[in-house]
Design a protein around this ligand. Structure first.
Ligand code: ZN
Length: 372
């Protein structure tokens, strides 16, 4: 595949204290614009029963920036503010088209604090030799180089984690080096105790990063809540909790990248279940385990990597009874309960490992769909 694709590179950046202040101010202004216009939308709708267009909001923003008491908006990257308006416009579109709830105000304390800037007239530059990136109104910021080749920049999202680390997610247009031709075909049964069971009998264990970090997290959380409100020690303890959370998230992401890359490397067809029903389990303990496994994010990774490398992903219907069908004769064993790990087909007598049988059925169903 020689067609260029969009690919995001996330790098840790190391802004100086002054640059940190400028980034924080930009994040704050971007949030202010979002919230201000959201409130405005509500007012205009109440008074005039209509929705303001992006163009209308953009013209208003220009006016606000020229008004003395909100003139501080002009001190930050203008693209950050425009992108905030675009974000809001997108949130409304998602709401009107039934994909999301009514837009919510952005909080200063949310885990995601960021702004996005776009490349126009060389305003963003990368100096690979000295591993630094130039951001509008911030200047040259050092980044942690990891040897990846960064392509033509489209936009950059600058973000700050709750523990105070900064990063830049650089969206680029890149040419993907094609992978070797793969001949494999695989069905994947996603699980909890085991992260994935493959139709090839291979088992990918679930590293359960969150579960493992739980004890430490609880301890850090307790230390934090005991500290006096507003004290320096409390802030220090808060950062420790946040760091631990971030560590778990990073570990999980690295793990999922490795597993998805391997699957895409080896297979030309990847068949997976649509996990929405599995995700809807009400039981809180199970829900927590599912979020620790991160199925949604994993599927997303498999899908975009497959697109890059020209592989095919088939998503099987939620209602396809992958565990209950005998992979040999097709008999449906409706009596099979969740606790039964091994069963014998009442018709043909084949003995099945529940999960491997399911993974094989998922592959068979995927191939059936592709053929039809
Ligand atoms: Zn059978």
């Amino acid at each position: 595949m020689t067609e260029p694709v969009k690919k995001a590179f996330k790098v840790r950046i190391y802004p100086t204290p002054d640059q940190q202040a400028q980034i924080n101010k930009t994040i704050g202004c971007a949030r202010w614009v979002y919230n201000h216009f959201l409130a405005w939308h509500v007012e205009v709708y109440k008074a005039e029963k209509r929705y303001m267009s992006y163009t209308e909001c953009s013209a208003m923003l220009t006016q606000i920036k020229a008004t003395p008491n909100t003139g501080w908006l002009a001190e930050v990257d203008k693209f950050a503010l425009q992108n905030s308006l675009k974000d809001l416009d997108e949130s409304y579109k998602n709401f009107f088209e039934g994909r999301a709830g009514y837009p919510k105000f952005k909080s200063k304390r949310g885990p995601k604090q960021s702004y996005q800037t776009n490349l126009t007239n060389n305003n963003i530059r990368i100096d690979v030799k000295h591993h630094r990136i130039k951001l509008p109104k911030v200047g040259w910021v050092e980044y942690a180089a990891d040897g990846r080749e960064i392509g033509n920049i489209i936009n950059v999202t600058v973000s700050r984690t709750p523990s105070g680390k900064y990063s830049a997610s650089i969206l680029c247009q890149v040419k993907i080096k094609p992978l070797n031709v793969a001949t494999g075909e695989v069905g994947i049964d996603m699980g909890l105790k085991k992260f994935a069971i493959l139709s090839s009998d291979e088992v990918v264990e679930n590293p359960q990063y969150y579960v493992k970090a739980q004890e430490k997290l609880t301890k850090l959380q307790r230390t934090y809540s005991k500290k006096k409100k507003g004290s320096k020690n409390r802030e220090k303890a808060r950062i420790k909790v946040a760091r631990q959370h971030e560590k778990v998230v990073n570990q999980r992401r690295d793990f999922q990248h490795k597993v998805s890359k391997k699957l895409v490397d080896e297979n030309k067809v990847i068949s997976m279940e649509d996990l929405r029903i599995k995700n809807m389990v009400k039981n809180r303990k199970v829900a927590k385990a599912i979020s620790d496994a991160g199925w949604g994010e994993f599927r997303r990774m498999v899908e975009y990597k497959a697109t890059w490398y020209g592989r095919t992903v088939v998503i099987i219907d939620t209602f396809y009874p992958s565990s209950k069908l005998c992979g040999k004769c097709g008999t449906k064993n409706a009596m099979l309960t969740l606790s039964v790990r091994e069963w014998q087909c009442p018709v043909c007598g084949t003995i099945h490992d529940r999960d491997i049988n399911a993974a094989r059925n998922i592959l068979a169903e995927g191939k059936r769909i592709l053929a039809s």
